[in-house]
Write a protein that binds this ligand. Structure first.
Ligand SMILES: Cc1cc2nc3c(=O)[nH]c(=O)nc-3n(C[C@H](O)[C@H](O)[C@H](O)COP(=O)(O)OP(=O)(O)OC[C@H]3O[C@@H](n4cnc5c(N)ncnc54)[C@H](O)[C@@H]3O)c2cc1C
Length: 411
């Protein structure tokens, strides 16, 4: 296994459950240190959706010169970026959106079942909370939820439209003065601390015999006679019967060196973590401010505020305007709930494919498998993806169909 983000850790766990001898090679000093570290923690299969959606290109264009935009495109001369954007534009058509969304939801619903099973089996606690509430600031935002509600109906996902007073009843900490026209409650969706989960699963996986080799950046895959036979890391060769690539953004150069090109591109996002004032009433469940596409999630005695999708920014540096937006959203809804001036900021890269669904399973190289490209919903898809890929590696038929989820879709 290459990569010990939430995707690598879950895959390693399920492989071990199938009796495979597993070693996970990771460049960082522990699990879930990159994209999996500071995410919003939302597990909302009902709302899993591709970034490529009708209306998105216009939205991105309209934000092109705005500093505090929830989605930002920073054009550059990088050809990989433009190839990605062209593909992404093609995927914004309604019929492509519907298809991509249903592929993602297939993985996400399966994943939630697997997560619950694992949670029961191992008694893992990861600061989980139940329910997901979308906050709609203006009447126009309420009206604009009609297509999303149609999709929820079509997928038989339970939800409830709420009046402002009902939102306040469910979330007594919400400011009375913030503009609120209504909400959508998804009672079956949930949230939890992704790195905490990954650490707990790592311990269980180690107890079950999985070996983790940290501080070990993989330099290359070893492919001989069309078959993956190991990896090169720090000048050493490590033999393996099979290799699973779960290195998110780091997978691209390793795969491309053996002739597999995938249209994966990092989409930057930010989060802030704030200690709750013990006397304040914080959020009770994960909330989403639809206007700013910013999530506010309760984690025990903290709140996590996360959002902004930034395409084309090559470096993972914090950007003041994005952080200000996060702070503004949090203090609009929960003024005084925590010391926002002491927030811990984080920036991460969503490993995003232009059509949205992850890449799971086999490659043209025998013995080389993929589990990557989970974009903005990798935590929500981790257990399902891990289980599916482990099944494929050992030659079992996965419990969900893989059509549209493998590399075949780009060939
Ligand atoms: C702001 C933000 C908010 C988000 N909110 C949510 C959310 O609410 N819900 C949700 O489901 N998802 C969310 N996501 C997305 C989610 O965090 C990602 O999809 C998920 O973490 C991807 O997991 P991963 O294991 O593939 O990637 P990573 O966690 O990045 O793991 C990849 C690992 O591979 C390692 N690696 C890379 N290259 C090499 C190499 N050459 N050698 C060895 N190791 C290597 C890296 O060090 C890393 O540990 C959010 C993301 C962001 C940025």
């Amino acid at each position: 296994m290459i990569g010990a983000g939430v995707i690598g850790v879950t895959t390693a766990w399920y492989l071990r459950q199938q009796g495979v001898n597993v070693a996970v090679v990771e460049q960082r000093a522990g699990v879930a240190q990159e994209a999996s570290f500071g995410n919003a923690g939302v597990i909302a299969p009902g709302y899993v959706t591709p970034w490529a959606a009708p209306g998105m290109p216009r939205k991105v264009l309209s934000y092109l010169f705005a500093a505090e935009a929830p989605v930002l495109f920073r054009p550059s001369l990088n050809p990989a970026l433009w190839r990605w954007v062209l593909r992404w534009l093609g995927e914004c058509r309604l019929e492509r959106y519907r298809e991509n969304k249903s592929r993602m939801q297939r993985v996400a619903f399966y994943s939630r079942d697997q997560l619950h099973r694992l949670r029961d089996q191992l008694s893992i606690q990861y600061e989980q909370s139940q329910g997901y509430l979308q906050l709609l600031r203006a009447q126009r935002d309420v009206e604009m939820t009609a297509p999303a509600r149609d999709l929820l109906d079509a997928a038989a996902v339970p939800y409830r439209m709420l009046e402002p007073a009902e939102c306040h009843e469910l979330e007594p900490g919400l400011s009375q003065s913030a503009p609120l026209a209504g909400g959508i409650l998804l009672p079956e969706d949930e949230a939890g601390n992704c790195p905490l989960f990954a650490q707990a699963l790592r311990r269980a996986a180690e107890d079950a015999g999985v070996r983790f080799r940290f501080n070990t950046p993989v330099d290359a895959l070893v492919v001989e006679g069309g078959r993956a036979t190991g990896i090169m890391a720090r000048g050493h060769r490590y033999e393996a019967d099979a290799v699973v690539m779960a290195a998110a953004v780091g997978s691209v150069p390793l795969l491309s060196a053996c002739g597999i090109r995938i249209p994966l591109y990092p989409v930057k996002g930010y989060s802030a973590t704030v200690m709750l004032d013990p006397l304040a009433i914080g959020p009770r469940r994960a909330l989403m401010d639809e206007a700013y596409k910013t999530a506010i999630t309760p984690f025990a005695n903290r709140i996590r505020i996360a959002g902004t999708a930034e395409l084309g920014s090559p470096r993972l540096t914090l950007r003041d305007a994005a952080l200000r937006t996060l702070m503004r959203v949090a203090s609009d809804w929960f003024p005084g709930a925590g010391r926002y001036s002491d927030a811990q900021f984080w920036v991460g890269a969503r490993p995003m494919l232009p059509d949205g669904a992850p890449l799971l399973g086999p490659t043209p190289v025998d013995g080389l498998f993929l589990n990557l490209g989970h974009g903005s919903t990798g935590w929500a898809m981790a257990c399902g993806s891990g289980r599916v890929v482990a099944d494929v590696v050992v030659g079992r038929t996965p419990e969900i169909p893989l059509d549209g989820l493998t590399l075949e879709r780009y060939r």
